[in-house]
Design a protein. Sequence first.
Length: 681
Amino acid sequence: MNTAASTRVVHAVCPHDCPDTCAMLVTVENGRAVRVQGDPEHPTTNGALCTKVSRYPERSYHAERVLTPLKRIGAKGRGEFVPVSWDEALEDIATRLKTIAAREPEAILPYSYAGTMGLVQGESMAARFFNRLGASRLDRTICASAGSEALLATYGIKAGMHVEHFAESRLILIWGSNSITSNLHFWTIAQAAKRQGAKLICIDPRRTETAEKCHEHLALRPGSDGALALALMHELIAHDWLDPDYLERYVDGWPALRDRALQWPPERAAAVCGLTVEQIRSLARDYGTTKPAAIRLNYGMQRVRGGGNAVRLIALLPCLTGAWRHRSGGLLLSASGWFAGRRDDAWLQRPDLLAGRQPRTINMSTIGDDLLREASPAFGPRIEAVVVYNSNPVAVAPESRKVAAGFAREDLFTVVLEHFLTDTADHADYVLPATTQLEHWDAHTAYGHTYALLNKPAIEPLGQARSNAAIFRALAARMGFDDPCFADDDETLARRAFRADRVDLDSLERRGWAKLDVAEAPFAHGFPTPSGKAIVDAPGLGVPDHVPNYECAEATPELAGRYPLAMISPPARHFLNSTFVNVKSLRAVEGEPLLEIHPEDAAARGITDGAELRVFNDRGEYRCAAAVSTRARPGVVVGLGVWWRKLGRDGTNVNELTHQRLTDIGRAPSFYDCLVEVAAA
């Protein structure tokens, strides 16, 4: 029987890789989390959570959760382990790492990303540990670095509009985003604007759930976004839908951009984008004559060779029209730059522990090639040990056949901090049980809004689970690292993550969140660049232009002849990258791995709905079921991901087909720059 004394509500934060970074309330009865809900007082969460996270207790109490350290006894990849004590696991891991580090610390590599977005359970104690060790550094590029560096080059900051202000916009371009799936709270705000008469236009190769609910949908070809932006600029110039005063005051390099844009009439862009001339002219007319106009740009469109240039071009559109003068005009791709200087990165990560060393950097997006490389003067030592946390690279990294082969090396010592036996954990020598968000302290920034958040533990760690920070603290002790910073506990890390002079810590403690002090119309009077202006001709980058895909008829006609279908691979609606794939209730909704294919392309190949498919190119083959649907435009197929390989039909997933070539800016993967052919299996 529950009593008032045995029931409490704890402030928490959704930790996942999503711009919404929701404030949560966790109801705990007799020490067990029984409900997770959105905080109704947090302005952007507004009481609502997505389907995935509303079932978070199902993840924490999952029957298959790893709750004791595990040691491998079978072949790598088979997932055969025996339980061991923490003492045995930590001692053996430390001994192995010490032996390698004594010879060559750069042979050790951390591998992590956004399994949690927390500042504490992400890169705090972990960063201290690897800095003190002198291990290779990881270039964390797999999601957003092309767009992020493009924004920095253009605006001088990774930042934009306040998401709340889209409610006042009269025109909203939702560009490269399935907001209903990946940015739910923005979609709620966009719907409020729609009810007030705003026009919503979706620009996306796929007819997503979001595209269906917008007034218009432009289904352009993958990788042609930069060409579309240039054609819009052409029309803005041709019809004088410009703000000359804003251009004069706040854009550095406008004449060069004008010359570039005039080379891209709608007719030229239409041929590249697979759109009609009238679609482009109509979009330009709407954008040039409607005020205030706002763009919600997302990261899907930058996962191609020219993704960085495309983001630069789109980011310059509101500068041409002076949309930035209005708080409900402009653009939002990321708000993360507003947190710079407000979080205490130097204290959290302690780069001074490198003590002057400059280890090499390994790009996480080329891990497939890098794990298979031999030592060389150009590459450095062979990778001998990998410590994986907050990531599942065997499933999510490109060209996964090579990634799996690299992790299958018997001479590679692999440690994985995890909740479940993922594809990557199956290849580990040791799997260490990590806590979930309900069981530990953390502090969070956001990239979709301007609120700092604090996560408090709602329940005690289950089984023998320990937080990431606690695991690295224990490893540091076993390695003999006696620096005082390795004694900082998780609560200390969380409470000191933000600077007291820049974030309202009282609000964080009381409500679990605190609003940052950011101008209502942040770029109404210029940008945080040396000139105070948006930059067109960025140093080392030049004037932005359309850059064709690595794999397309324009650049590689012979390849396109053999593999005529462009494939994009956005996450399935009820997954978040590879997270939640093992939650049976969510997997049941998704059914099985699918490839969406347009009826015309299906008919030409004798493919019927539900048929088993063989999707292939020179890199590999992937089997899944056909979803014959107009969600895919002709010539484009959509491989919904990211399924764990071992849950697929043949032990692979869609990343069997993607490649490791990098974007024009930001060294990021080009997942959506991929040609394939499809046949009935």
